[in-house]
Design a binder for this molecule. Structure first.
Ligand code: APR
Length: 287
């Protein structure tokens, strides 16, 4: 991981005398872009570092980019991340609402939880980070793959077309027997009227990959990662596998690996470069 590169035609020490630069950098944001470079302010040492291989505007455009997003990209749209909420997810323990055991024990509670998440996601709007990724896709087309661990639809509403939801989709449900997902925006908050399959009468569940279940589309993910030249990971804590292991696969294949988020993920040491900052601040500067 590199943060600091004194070479190049921009000398950060000269820049320190510049009033414009001083106003562009401050301790409340750890990362700022100035003159097409991205700098990091390190509060402990008060040193401003020029990032190596800066993510210049447009620098992802000449690549085959594989992007992986997590809950952090929707945080600035007002959707709670899981690990940022002290072990409770919208007020619930994960094992009560997001496991096959939870569904067996109390489907009504599970449906109340996902109905609430549907309401929250419907009320949220895509942010500048979602739109920035849609802009990259617009120019890279088939050389761009977006895989998300998120179940909300903010990438799609932000303009992305090629979105693969590894952990399922909040706005789909499926019959536990027929197993075919279908679009569903319903709210099921009454234990006496939980949804049933129109074909076979079996219970209908959220189309979500719960803890302990198998991630969707893994073959396609490995196939696309094989073609990539850059892996850009945004807003995920790096704690849920197999998504957290994709950076290791990328490293073995010599793919450049970048992380964007306000704090280092658990697997930070595996990345070539880390850009600390909120996704809405950092991503729009690099597309
Ligand atoms: N911009 C970018 N990243 C952010 C922002 C932001 N504005 N705000 C928070 N983050 C980062 C946090 O630093 C944290 O690393 O988002 C990450 C959120 O971590 P998690 O809540 O663990 O989310 P994620 O990694 O996507 O979780 C993976 O676990 O909760 C289950 O199945 C669920 O898909 C989810 C999976």
């Amino acid at each position: 991981m590199h943060y600091w590169c004194p070479e190049g035609d921009l000398n950060p020490h000269d820049l320190l005398g510049s009033a414009d630069f001083k106003s562009a950098v401050s301790a409340d944001f750890t990362i700022r872009a100035f003159s097409h470079h991205i700098f990091q302010f390190h509060p402990a040492t008060a040193i401003i570092y020029l990032c190596t291989s800066p993510l210049l505007p447009g620098s992802l455009q000449a690549t085959v980019s594989f992007v992986l997003t997590g809950a952090g990209i929707s945080a600035e749209s007002g959707l709670a991340t899981f690990r940022g909420s002290g072990g409770l997810w919208n007020g619930h323990r994960v094992d009560q609402v997001a496991t096959p055991e939870a569904w067996e024990a109390d489907p009504a509670l599970v449906w109340r939880f996902y109905s609430m998440r549907r309401r929250d996601a419907m009320a949220a709007e895509p942010n500048a980070a979602h739109r920035a990724l849609a802009a990259i896709e617009h120019s890279l087309a088939d050389n761009f793959y977006l895989f998300t661990q998120n179940v909300d639809d903010l990438h799609e509403r932000g303009g992305s077309i090629r979105v693969h939801h590894m952990h399922g989709s909040l706005f789909h449900s499926r019959c536990v027997a027929c197993d075919l997902p279908f679009p569903d925006q319903g709210f099921y908050e009454d234990a006496d009227s939980l949804p049933r399959c129109a074909l076979c009468g079996s219970p209908v569940r959220p189309h979500i990959v719960w803890f302990g279940e198998i991630t969707l589309d893994m073959d396609e993910i490995y196939r696309q990662l094989d073609r990539a030249t850059v892996l850009l990971v945004v807003g995920t804590s790096g704690s849920v596998y197999p998504a957290a292991g994709l950076v290791n696969i990328a490293n073995r294949r010599g793919i450049r690996t970048l992380y964007v988020g306000p704090e280092e993920p658990l697997n930070a040491s595996a990345f070539d470069e880390i850009f600390l900052g909120p996704a809405t601040e950092v991503l729009p500067k690099v597309v």
